[in-house]
Design a protein around this ligand. Structure first.
Ligand SMILES: Cc1ncc(C[n+]2csc(CCOP(=O)(O)OP(=O)(O)O)c2C)c(N)n1
Length: 368
């Protein structure tokens, strides 16, 4: 590889942005390399951002009512999640993390099913093979080698599948992240690694996480081209991810895309974010909100009517009601199932543990 080839792997100096915070179309910031999505795509994205925001609000409310055990909100990151799902085609796979409820829903999974795990059930709540959405993983970055495996297998079978593998900024410090990038690059696996850099890994700020020039630069050592994108600009997210997905589909191998965004709420309901960041910092991101930015843009171009607004609100109302109803039903996890699906054939230890649990629960039932 020559130095020039290496330069080709480098991400842009500034994150690619197509629409500014005030809603105007950007000149520069990589906007010459990427096209603004069509009016129809932007209008659809608007409706889905409104639905996504409402889903976050509804899930937070369900936590307060004790209907959900935990919810890692993606308030502020909705453009990343809607964008990541919308650039995929039928047959493509999505590998989400615990924070990517919205992405899974945008990929077509029923929100009630996605939230089942966070209600306390032991399984992912949906069938990965039916939905082509992998289970949302809590152990950081463990989904990334799996995503590469699925992509590599599809390529060996001659399928045109592309895999979108999501991770947070903290996840990029995990060994699995690096192993996944290396394998994907060597075997030209059709996978797009998409980092939602929301500035924090719980209480750890980015500056304590990585000294790399940017997280997108981390691909260079493996031969994976990187790109940076303004994660609060849905137009840029759609354009940059769409380009990466189509390159992967053409057989050009993996890419590493870093979205610059911000986690507007606490890590989860179990976290108190005021202990490690200032309110003024959070407030400085309000003006960059992905939803209002797109709304301003659509209004300035006369594309947004009261009807568009109403339609989006109605779609959000319907999703919120569906989620409220679905999560009002109690789940009845069967503890014995914990042992049933670990291995095709149970080990003696698992058999012993399963018997112990069965014995304990029958004693409980008998009230002893
Ligand atoms: C392997 C592993 N180590 C530690 C944790 C504990 N943990 C849960 S979330 C989290 C922070 C992750 O931050 P980031 O990857 O930036 O994602 P974000 O939560 O900001 O979306 C940590 C350390 C974990 N889940 N898995």
């Amino acid at each position: 590889m020559t130095s020039e080839d290496v330069l080709g792997l480098l991400p842009a100096d500034d994150p690619v942005r197509l629409i500014d915070a005030d809603g105007t179309k950007v000149q520069g910031s990589g906007s010459e390399r990427y096209e603004l999505p069509s009016d129809a795509d932007l209008l659809r994205a608007y409706e889905r951002l409104v639905v996504a925001r409402r889903l976050n609000d509804q899930a937070n409310a369900l936590v307060r009512q004790g209907r959900l055990a935990v919810y890692p909100s993606s308030h502020g990151q909705e453009a990343c999640q809607v964008g990541a799902a919308h650039v995929l085609k039928q047959g493509d796979w999505l590998f989400p993390t615990y924070r990517d409820t919205v992405a899974a829903v945008e990929r077509g999974v029923d929100p009630v099913d996605v939230l089942t795990l966070l209600k306390g059930d032991w399984h992912s709540g949906y069938d990965p093979y039916e939905t082509q959405v992998a289970p949302a993983t809590t152990p950081l970055a463990t989904q990334l080698p799996h995503a590469v495996g699925v992509a590599h297998a599809a390529r060996l079978r001659g399928e045109s599948t592309v895999v979108m593998a999501l991770t947070g900024d903290g996840g990029t410090s995990e060994g699995d992240f690096h192993e996944a990038l290396n394998f994907a690059a060597v075997f030209k696996a059709p996978v797009v690694f998409f980092i939602q850099n929301n500035e924090y890994a719980i209480s750890v700020p980015l500056a304590r996480q990585s000294a790399a020039a940017s997280l997108a630069h981390k691909g260079i050592g493996y031969g994976v081209p990187g790109q940076r994108v303004d994660g609060n600009d849905i137009a840029a997210v759609l354009a940059v991810l769409g380009d990466a997905v189509e390159r992967a589909r053409r057989g050009e191998g993996p890419q590493l895309i870093e979205a610059h965004t911000y986690r507007m709420q606490a890590h989860t309901n179990a976290d108190d974010a005021t202990r490690y960041r200032l309110d003024s910092e959070v407030a400085s991101w309000v003006d960059r909100d992905p939803l209002t930015r797109l709304e301003k843009h659509l209004r300035s171009r006369g594309l947004m009517t009261d009807e568009t607004h109403e339609q989006a609100r109605a779609a959000a109302d319907a999703v919120a009601e569906h989620v409220r109803e679905g999560l009002n039903r109690d789940i009845e996890p069967d503890a014995r199932e914990l042992f049933a699906y670990v291995y095709a054939e149970q080990t003696p230890q698992l058999r012993e543990q399963a018997a112990q649990v069965a014995e304990e629960s029958s004693r409980e039932v008998a009230g002893r």
